[in-house]
Design a protein around this ligand. Structure first.
Ligand code: ATP
Ligand code: MG
Ligand code: MG
Length: 549
């Protein structure tokens, strides 16, 4: 990452530092609205804002953009803080836009006094009708020329709660003919007799995003205010308020929001999935939320690497979720201990291995990391193997078990299939094999060569575990872009639960969050539902298909 070229935001920051803008100071902010849990798109913004400040010895504020009383909640505030910390970032200050309500109010009064804001009694529909179109100028409101005194009196009354919701708004007096629709006398305040999660019933007016955001940046002396592309058109208004108020000149910069295949990325849609029970909660391992990825087994560094790899663009695009999967796979390949787990067991008996005899066979924990050490696995004459590792009538290049075929048991011996039994329904119930005593892994003198190696557990020694196999939540690449309800594209097979998998008994000690590679099956993470003696594992990501080789 040291060698990559600077992204456009880093270029801007470096130019500002070189020119001594703000004394070379870099101060960013991450401004979530506490109306939902953070998703992977937010993670990109977090990595960007915190990463930029870190790189240039600056600071980042965490500012809750809590100006909309209706949808916000402290549960969300807590989850947002937890997720940012988990990603590995520390904010310089924890701040709330609602703490600026009085200051913002005073800014509004200043604009009224300067003749740059007015109270409008028009209804929302009337205001919309007077707004014009991008090609036609708008019309001035009949209330636009109210006197400063009248505006001050009415605005005070609005604050005091003397007027009902929707009866009046405060608007900036900019330019009803501006080609930029956002400059056609934008709303600054609306009346809302609503309880706010922090300010309670103190306010009956609330500032609009456009009036609150830039002024909050300015109050905090934010140098680089980074937001997503849909705010490009808002930037002239952002600058206008700051100029007219003659306050600290924060600057806004825009980058492309992250969109990812096979998921949706808006809190509103994610909330629907939660509320309508399509998932078990915000932290369901299928959700693209940070808490979902955490529970699924993703690491903070894998998400940071993902954000770094996708970079910062100026054009909207759709990122392949495969890249995120690649990032976690690459990391867990280096760090996760290997164990054996059989998800769909069939019994295998080794007829020439004495019944009741056992052997403790050494098994390295991680071939990618010598320091991970080794464990032993118990071998016996009765094992479970994966049902799909046996075929009654195997095709030519099937390098696993079938009548007459030989395979290596991982960490153990080469075995050869002599016969098998089926039940009345035709299901294979027992596979009979003989083992080659000279073929033990690590000291094989048999001279035999087999192409396949399969995993197994000893039937009498295995522990039981529940295993949850997750797949993509949507069955189309871009559900938000499809016609109709995005929920009709939910993948009906996004979760498969294996109630009784057989696993190495070391997994009985797994604690929530512990990560493993189940040999040949994928990377798994102990779920928060794990209790001592009853482990539950989530499949984080599959391995690349290895047995086709
Ligand atoms: P959503 O549309 O999902 O509700 P939002 O923009 O309304 O997202 P906020 O809580 O306001 O959510 O976002 C906080 C910050 O995260 C903002 O600066 C926003 O630009 C950024 N952000 C939100 N979604 C994305 C995304 N998909 N990619 C990158 N940054 C994002
Ligand atoms: Mg927002
Ligand atoms: Mg939103």
């Amino acid at each position: 990452s040291e060698e990559r070229s600077l992204n456009f935001l880093e270029q801007i920051v470096e130019e500002d530092i070189a020119k001594g803008v703000n004394g070379g100071r870099v101060h960013t902010r991450f401004p979530p609205e506490p109306n939902g849990y953070l998703h992977i798109g937010h993670a990109k913004s977090i990595c960007l804002n915190f990463g930029l400040a870190k790189k240039y010895n600056g600071q980042t504020n965490l500012r809750f953009d809590d100006t909309n009383p209706v949808t916000e909640d402290t549960e969300y505030v807590e989850s947002i803080k937890e997720d940012i910390k988990w990603l590995g970032y520390e904010w310089a200050n924890e701040l709330y836009a609602s703490d600026y309500f009085e200051q913002l109010y005073q800014f509004a009064v200043t604009l009224i006094q300067k003749g740059l804001a007015y109270v409008d009694d028009s209804s929302a529909a009337e205001i919309a009708a007077m707004k014009g179109t991008p090609t036609e100028p708008g019309k001035n409101s009949p209330f636009r020329d109210r006197s400063v005194e009248e505006n001050l009196r009415l605005f005070t009354e609005m604050r005091e709660g003397k007027h009902p919701d929707g009866s009046k708004v405060l608007r900036a007096k900019v330019d009803m003919a501006s080609p930029n629709m956002h400059l056609r006398d934008p709303l600054m305040y609306r009346i809302k007799h609503a309880h706010h999660h922090r300010t309670g019933n103190a306010w009956s007016i609330y500032p609009m995003y456009d009036f609150a955001h830039g002024q909050s940046d300015s109050i905090e002396h934010i140098t680089h205010s980074i937001c997503t592309l849909e705010f490009v058109q808002h930037r002239p208004l952002y600058d206008w308020f700051i100029e007219q108020l003659n306050i600290f000149p924060s600057h806004q910069y825009e980058f492309a929001r992250l969109n990812m295949t096979y998921t949706v990325m808006s809190k509103r849609k994610l909330l629907q999935l939660v509320n309508e029970g399509h998932v078990t909660g915000w932290d369901d391992p299928r959700m693209p939320t940070i808490s979902g990825y955490r529970r699924r087994g993703y690491t903070p560094s894998s998400i940071r690497h993902f954000a770094e790899r996708i970079g910062v663009q100026k054009r909207d695009n759709l990122i392949d979720v495969g890249l995120l999967e690649f990032c976690i796979r690459e990391e867990l390949n280096k760090t996760a201990n290997r164990v054996m787990a059989v998800l769909d067991p069939v019994k295998l008996v080794i007829t020439n291995y004495p019944e009741g005899q056992t052997a403790e066979l050494p098994a390295e924990n991680n071939p990618e990391d010598e320091s991970a050490g080794s464990r032993t696995v118990t071998f016996s004459n009765t094992l479970y193997i994966e049902r799909e590792d046996f075929m009654e009538e195997p095709p030519k290049k099937f390098f696993r078990l079938g009548p007459g075929l030989a395979v290596r048991l991982k960490y153990a011996y080469i075995i050869k299939c002599d016969s098998f039994e089926k039940d009345a329904d035709g299901n294979v119930t027992t596979i009979y094999c003989s083992y080659i005593p000279e073929s033990l892994s690590g000291g094989d003198t048999s001279g035999l060569k087999v192409k396949g190696t399969i995993h197994w557990v000893s039937a009498a020694h295995a522990a039981k575990a529940e295993v949850r196999l997750y797949d993509r939540l949507f069955s189309v690449e871009n559900p938000a872009a499809e016609e109709g309800d995005f929920k009709s594209f939910i993948n009906p097979n996004s979760l498969e639960v294996v109630k009784e998998a057989y696993v190495e008994p070391v997994l009985l000690d797994a604690k929530p969050g512990d990560r493993f590679q189940f040999l040949r099956l994928g990377y798994f993470c102990a779920d928060t539902d794990t209790v001592p003696g009853k482990p539950v594992f989530n499949r984080t990501v599959t391995l690349k298909d290895t047995w086709a080789k």
